[in-house]
Ligand binder design. Structure first.
Ligand SMILES: *[C@@H]1O[C@H](CO)[C@@H](O)[C@H](O)[C@H]1NC(C)=O
Length: 434
């Protein structure tokens, strides 16, 4: 047994020596009140909160910040333990696998289908969108919501059935607003694939128009594939001026609703809210398209990790007016995922403020509070923190499938179609809203 451990350590050391210096560590932080001290450390740019539950959080701590963070936690009487000595070797492992896949199976910049057995970079996803557009005919339209600082397009794919007269629900799904949450674009693109190719989704196309944003933060997403150091990148790649030291805006803190609540005004922080609300082309472009679509019924943004389905508000602990309906629809999702995963994936349902601590400028509070989208959710995809962002690739296909099934049920319930349709005969006027 010791031998095995020693070999592992030796391999890890070898892998990290390739990248010259030791990388950041993952700490597990617990104790009541840990959210508050972490939030202030995060605002100072000293830690990067990877994920939280009520009892503990996992944070990324750079070597250079170790002592200051440790001191601040001790002063606040908050316990911590080092869970991962160095994340770089883990990232190296993931990268070697992806490189291998890419070189054997994918060529760049070509319209082609995709698989969901591994993670894909921006080129692959754009190639997939090209393929979907070419395959889907009149069912698929691609719009460009914005052009980023680095010249990428923020693509919005509208998937509709032009032969069904409606009325239809409108569903908007956002993926990839945080760069490192790779499972999010995977889930979003998989739902797109189902809508266009799977007969079991046809009924939902007849009753709903789908607006899909697989990668809301293309600059950040591409960057997160560029090197082991970049893998944990969250923000976009805005040049914040400070001699290039600290780049990026947290796009999920940049929306113009309660902007600044629970966000940082420090450009070095992972939760930097930007110089102004909607300062970023990505959020500006997306809000413009969403506003012009009008009357969106359901909004979902996919994040990772945590296995929670969150409804507004993020900026206050007060429950929103229709929280009962929000919970009911969230339960459709959670119950379906539990069933499809054979009981292995359990979601917690709650308000994002009460569950995660107050933060706003996020897409879901904006869609709910400004656009008036009655059903707005943030779904924190698996896992619960064992791997966090470094979800193993063998979890990709089961995660995308169970999540898509959950979304299928939510939309079916809303639009009264498919397996989760409410019983029409019994309750003909049972409309959830309006
Ligand atoms: C989508 O397909 C249409 C028609 O075939 C084409 O004109 C358009 O350039 C395509 N857009 C993308 C983004 O591939």
């Amino acid at each position: 047994m010791w031998c095995v451990v020693v070999v592992c350590v030796a391999l890890a050391a070898a892998a990290s020596s390739v990248t010259a210096e030791a990388g950041p560590q993952v700490w597990r932080v617990e104790a009541p009140g840990h959210h508050i001290v972490l939030r202030s450390l995060e605002n100072e740019g000293l830690v990067d909160v990877l994920g939280s539950v009520t009892s503990h959080s996992k944070v990324l701590v750079e070597r250079s910040a170790k002592e200051r963070v440790s001191r601040a936690l001790s002063e606040a009487q908050v316990e911590h333990k080092v869970e991962v000595e160095d994340v770089l070797p883990l990232i190296e492992q993931e990268r070697q696998h992806i490189r291998h896949k890419r070189s054997t199976r994918f060529t760049q910049n070509v319209a082609q289908p995709m698989d969901w057995t591994s993670f894909h970079d921006l080129d692959d996803i754009e190639g997939f969108i090209g393929w979907l557009n070419a395959t889907g005919g009149p069912f698929v339209q691609v719009a460009n919501a914005a052009t980023t600082q680095e010249g990428h397009k923020v693509l919005v794919v509208r998937i509709t059935d032009p032969n069904s007269p409606g009325p239809k629900k409108k569903v908007w799904i956002e993926g990839g607003i945080h760069a490192r949450e790779w499972i999010s674009p995977a889930v979003t693109s998989y739902i797109m694939y189902q809508l266009v190719t799977n007969p079991a989704w046809q009924e939902l196309l007849q009753v709903a128009d789908w607006y899909m944003v697989p990668v809301a933060n293309p600059d950040g997403y591409e960057f997160s594939f560029s090197s082991p150091r970049a893998r944990m990148w969250r923000k976009n790649r805005r040049n914040n001026g400070n001699s290039g030291q600290c780049r990026g805006v947290d796009l999920n803190r940049n929306w113009d609703f309660k902007w600044g609540v629970g966000a940082s005004n420090n450009p070095c922080s992972e939760t930097y809210m930007g110089p102004l609300a909607f300062s970023e082309p990505e959020t500006r472009g997306l809000q413009f398209l969403m506003s012009s679509v009008r009357d969106i019924d359901l909004f979902i943004t996919f994040h990772s990790f945590g296995q929670t389905i969150l409804y507004p508000w993020g900026w206050t602990r007060t429950a929103p007016a229709n929280s009962r309906q929000l919970k009911r629809l969230a339960k459709k999702f959670a119950d379906t995922v539990r069933e499809v995963s054979g009981g292995s994936t359990d979601y917690e349902i709650g308000g994002s403020g009460p569950l995660y601590g107050l933060a706003s400028g996020a897409t879901d509070d904006w869609t709910y509070g400004v656009l008036g989208v009655p059903y707005s959710y943030t779904i924190e995809l698996p896992d619960q923190g064992t791997y966090g962002f470094l979800l193993p690739e063998n979890r990709v296909s089961s995660t995308v499938m169970e999540t898509a099934a959950g979304v299928h049920c939510m939309v079916g319930f809303l639009a009264n179609a498919g397996q989760c349709a409410r019983r029409r005969a019994r309750n003909p006027h049972n409309r959830i809203f309006g």
